[in-house]
Write a protein that binds this ligand. Structure first.
Ligand code: ADP
Length: 382
């Protein structure tokens, strides 16, 4: 069990690549933290520095009150599971799991006891005599995890451990990992590029981009109170709709409205009004609307002011339909190279509503899924 602190940690590789920039993050004893961000954002570098596999350029990594910067990986009491599992093909499952204990010269009886216990926890008991080649992907994954936990490390590190598994197995292993964490209570740092995986697994999730920590929080905080445009666009599927807009005093109701340019004006619902309280009026900003808060109305009966859009195509994801729309909006790129193009909006509606390509709809904002961002800094306006 261990507390981990990253203090102003920077990593510059020999070729000048700055992979991590002045990053600070505290992880509590027994916590399960997920590092998430697009490929190349520095997640693995951070994990490898914690494991001692990569030197730290500046700053400190502290585990249980001791600076570990100069400590040999072997002495850090940290176990890591890699994406490719790195099992020894010529060894049995038993020997693979026992390997770190043999290296530590533990006595044979204790090795047998520990391997048997771990195999039981991971449902590998009947496979102990087999070799990795004869196991399924999920079983190999479990052997790699077994080899890591058998040492009873202080810290457990996982670098994209589920990405080689098929979708169904990935979901199953997620559940098993969460359960294992509850059982063992070991401080765990899990790296993934997949925001869905991050949001389902992490007690807290740290979002990285370009070597910088953009926000750390519970999945709920990241989804409902993103700190900036990057986090807003990266977290959530389908992504938040981001468009250039201005706030306007809202006519009869006295409430504010969102002017999205030529497309039209949307009233801001009461529930979301507080979110706009500190935002400047009649100033260009970026409005973010979650797909479930973009309501589609019948254009024949909706107010003429409401922006119109046309259906490009629909995706059926029971029990919902994602309706992809095109209109006279100025989309905004949140800075994530993997994000979809921003010239369209997406609405999430119940699948019993039927839309066809080319249908016209009127758009309204509903609920609290509205966010406003400074157009220059990308920071959330509060
Ligand atoms: P992630 O795990 O988020 O995909 P990495 O930590 O692997 O990101 O990489 C972060 C950045 O550092 C990337 O730009 C990558 O190309 C670069 N990088 C990673 N390893 C090395 C290395 N050994 N030498 C030089 N640059 C590297």
């Amino acid at each position: 069990m261990a507390e981990i602190s990253f203090r102003d940690v920077t990593k510059i590789y020999g070729d000048g690549t700055e992979a991590v920039t002045s990053l600070s993050l505290d992880i509590a004893d027994g916590e399960f933290v997920v590092l998430v961000g697009p490929s190349g954002c520095g997640k693995s570098t951070l994990l490898r520095m914690l494991a001692g596999l990569e030197a730290i350029t500046s700053g400190e990594i502290i585990v249980d009150g001791s600076v570990v910067n100069q400590m040999h990986p072997r002495d850090r009491d940290v176990a890591m599971v890699f994406q490719n599992y790195a099992l020894y093909p010529h060894m049995t499952v038993f020997a693979n799991i026992a390997f770190p204990l043999r290296q530590a010269r533990m006595n044979t009886a204790e090795i047998r006891r520990r391997v048997t216990e771990v195999a039981g926890t991971l449902e590998l008991t009947e496979h102990l005599k087999r070799r990795p080649a004869s196991l399924s992907g999920g079983q190999r994954q479990r052997v790699a995890i077994g080899r890591a936990i058998v040492r009873q490390p202080k810290v457990f590190l996982l670098d994209e451990p589920l990405s080689n598994l098929d979708a169904k197995l990935r979901v199953q292993m997620r559940g098993e990992l969460a359960q294992l964490h509850t059982t063992l209570g070991v401080t765990t740092v899990f790296v993934t590029h997949d925001q869905t995986e991050a949001m389902t697994l992490g007690q807290r999730v740290a979002v990285l981009n370009d070597g910088e920590l953009r926000q750390v929080g519970t999945p709920g905080e990241l989804y409902h109170r993103p700190a900036d445009l990057f986090v807003a666009g990266f977290i959530g599927s389908p992504s938040m709709n981001l468009l250039k807009a201005e706030l306007r005093p809202g006519g009869d109701s006295g409430r504010l409205a969102l002017d999205s340019g030529p497309a039209g004006v949307m009233a801001i619902p009461e529930a979301a009004a507080a979110l706009c309280a500190g935002a400047p009026v009649e100033t260009a900003l970026v409005a973010g609307i979650r797909p479930e808060s973009l309501l589609l109305r019948d254009p024949a009966t909706a107010s003429g002011d409401l922006p119109r859009a046309r259906v490009r195509f629909t995706e059926l994801v029971e029990p919902e339909t994602y309706v992809h729309l095109v209109g006279d909006f100025s989309g905004v790129d949140p800075g994530d190279p993997d994000a979809p193009p921003r010239d369209t909006l997406v609405a999430r509606v119940r699948s019993d509503r039927v839309f066809a390509s080319g249908d016209e709809v009127a758009l309204e904002i509903g609920g609290t899924g509205l966010h406003l961002f400074d157009i220059d800094s990308g920071r959330t306006l509060r």
